[in-house]
Design a protein around this ligand. Structure first.
Ligand code: FES
Length: 179
């Protein structure tokens, strides 16, 4: 992720949305948003975190943010009503890895998935405003062209399975603990 990808300062501010969160584990405490991590080389204790608590209250409808959990990016998508409708209306026969949207979310407006392509482990694009989201409005993996939908399900390309849903719990209406 480079400065060129951010454009003017106004756009960068949106990417650098400040969230409050805390992470808990036996080995340390930490939290970050992916754009920071990508330029800071996270330390081993951050990578080893076993659970991460995230405050969702600042994430607007239609906004996506990335948090770090156990060394991997986790995509959090505050889905729009249209994105939810698309995900719920998709026929299972159209899915290489059939899974209803209802089995992938705890609350329809919040999609939480591990942002690692299930083909060879690249990080799909689509998290930041202006990035390619692919034919189905989810995420696109430019490594070999896998396309994911608004439920994080693989729709085309070589990835064999959907983006995984990590174990997470709603602690209250706007706070989740991942892990
Ligand atoms: S790693 Fe994503 S398509 Fe190959």
């Amino acid at each position: 992720m480079t400065d060129q990808a951010h454009g003017e300062h106004g756009e960068s501010r949106r990417d650098f949305l400040m969230l409050t969160a805390a992470a808990f584990s036996a080995v340390g405490v930490g939290y970050t948003v992916w754009p920071f991590i990508s330029s800071m080389n996270p330390s081993q204790d951050v990578l080893a975190l076993s659970s991460t608590e995230v405050d969702l209250s600042a994430i607007e409808v239609g906004q996506r943010v990335t948090v770090k959990w156990r060394g991997s990016p986790v995509f959090i998508d505050h889905r729009t009503p249209e994105q939810i409708a698309d995900a719920e209306a998709t026929a299972l026969d159209d899915l290489p890895d059939p899974e209803p949207d209802s089995a992938r979310v705890q609350k329809p407006e919040w999609l939480v998935v591990v942002g690692v392509c299930t083909h060879l482990g690249c990080i799909p694009v689509g998290q930041k405003p202006g990035e390619v989201t692919g034919e189905f409005g989810g995420w696109f993996c430019p490594c070999h062209g896998s396309v994911y939908d608004t439920s994080g399900r693989i729709r085309s390309g070589p990835a064999p399975t959907n983006l995984p849903v990590p174990e997470y719990t709603f602690l209250d209406d706007t706070t989740i603990r991942i892990g």
